[in-house]
Write a protein that binds this ligand. Structure first.
Ligand code: DQA
Length: 142
C-alpha cells in the first residue's frame, strides 16, 4: 500500500527558505518522519519533489498507474495557478489530499485561490511540517 507525496516548486529549499513562514525542517526531515509514521500505519511512503509543473502531473498519473492508496500534494505556488493539476486530479481515481505548511488564507490575496482544492479530497494547511503528518493520518483512514 503506497502513499505518494508530491512536492512542487521551491520545496527543495525547505529549511533554508523563509524559515519564519515554512519552518526549519528540510524536505528530507519531513520525508523521514512520514516514512516512519507510514510504516507504523502499514503504508510505504514515497516522497518526490519537482520544480516543474508537468512532473507533478506525471506524478499524479503515476499514482493512478501504481494503484496508490492516496497522494499528499503540496503543489507550492502551482496551487494558485495550475489548471493542469486540477485536471490531473480529476483524471485519476486516487484521492488527493492538498497540503500546505503555511495557511495560505492568512497570507496574500493571490494565495487565497487554490486550483487543487476543488478536486482534492480535503486540505490540511497551517501546521508547518505537521501538516504532512496530519495529512498522512487522514490518508491512512480513507
Ligand atoms: C505553500 C504555500 C504556497 O502559497 C507557496 O507558494 C508555497 C508553499 C505551503 O506549503 O505553505 O510554495 O504551498
Amino acid at each position: 500500500k503506497l502513499i505518494l507525496v508530491l512536492n512542487g516548486p521551491n520545496l527543495n529549499l525547505l529549511g533554508k527558505r523563509e524559515p519564519g513562514i515554512y519552518g526549519s525542517a528540510t524536505l528530507d526531515d519531513i520525508g523521514a518522519a512520514l516514512t516512519e509514521r507510514g510504516t507504523a500505519l502499514g503504508f510505504a511512503v514515497e516522497v518526490r519533489q519537482s520544480n516543474h509543473e508537468g512532473d507533478l502531473v506525471d506524478g499524479l498519473h503515476d499514482a493512478q498507474a501504481r494503484g496508490a492508496h492516496a497522494v499528499l500534494l503540496n503543489a507550492g505556488a502551482y496551487t494558485h495557478t495550475s489548471v493542469a493539476l486540477l485536471d490531473a486530479i480529476r483524471a485519476i481515481e486516487v484521492p488527493v489530499i492538498e497540503v500546505h505548511l503555511s495557511n495560505p488564507h492568512a497570507r496574500e490575496a493571490f494565495r487565497h485561490t487554490s486550483w487543487v482544492a476543488p478536486a482534492a479530497k480535503g486540505t490540511i494547511a497551517g501546521f508547518g511540517a505537521d501538516s504532512y503528518l496530519l495529512a498522512l493520518e487522514a490518508a491512512a483512514r480513507l
